[in-house]
Design a protein around this ligand. Structure first.
Ligand SMILES: N[C@@H](CCC(=O)N[C@@H](CS)C(=O)NCC(=O)O)C(=O)O
Length: 209
């Protein structure tokens, strides 16, 4: 197997944390988005859609979505089950990961990519260039704030995003909550339940990855 990572981006961080929490050791190639390596000919052979993470499996398949990577490693890898064990848990974990992507990840990405002058012409990831839409930056900040409010509600009275153990849903949510700091949307004491969960997540060794 080979894992294609980028130490500065949230999506590969999700896969990196998942791999670490599983206790897996996978040979890794670093792709620098800052240097534009995701758009280079070598990496386009791995993923023509020019995004990281990517996982080349021993079955000869290349997976380029977090959900696919996590699903595969959950099946083939040892280590703790991170994607649920009962049908209801499995479904709920996927549900909350999808909510974190659409309400959190997309909101922060919209704000960052449409507002940062260094991302001019790169408002969306991928091989095509798209212009920034300043209104989306403003909307993204608002949506990211709403994401944290929603999480405060979800985490009130519960230790983990789903059920009674750490899962893929916590990883996805954590990465996007942490990513929101880049647009100055932060967890603070006005959201006590989220704050407790976030502090606990930060204490895990994988959070430093
Ligand atoms: N849906 C993909 C998202 C992958 C993605 O958008 N990755 C971003 C980094 S967070 C990327 O490769 N960006 C390249 C670019 O900005 O050109 C997943 O969940 O894995």
């Amino acid at each position: 197997m080979r894992f294609y990572d980028c130490g500065t981006a949230p999506s590969p961080r999700r896969a990196r944390i998942f791999i670490a929490e599983k206790g897996l050791d996978i040979p890794t190639t670093e792709i620098s988005i800052a240097k534009g390596e995701q758009l280079g000919a070598d990496f386009l052979k791995v993923n023509p859609r020019a995004t990281v993470p990517a996982l080349e499996t021993d079955d000869g398949v290349t997976l380029t979505e977090n959900l696919a990577i996590a699903t595969y490693l959950e099946e083939v890898g040892d280590g703790p089950k991170l994607m649920g064990t009962t049908p209801a848990q499995k479904a709920e974990i996927l549900q909350w990961a999808a909510i974190a992507e659409s309400q959190g990840g997309t909101a922060v990405a919209e704000a960052l990519r449409n507002g940062n002058p260094h991302m001019k012409g790169r408002a969306l990831p991928g091989p095509d260039n798209y212009d920034q839409i300043p209104e989306l930056a403003e909307r993204g900040v608002k949506r990211a704030g709403r994401f944290l409010e929603m999480l405060e509600e979800r985490l009130t009275g519960r230790e983990w995003m789903v059920g009674d153990s750490f899962s893929y849903a916590d990883i996805t949510t954590f990465v996007f909550v942490d990513f929101a700091r880049i647009i100055k949307v932060r967890v603070d004491e006005t959201k006590p339940a989220l704050n407790v969960w976030y502090t606990k997540m930060m204490e895990r060794p994988s959070a430093s990855l």
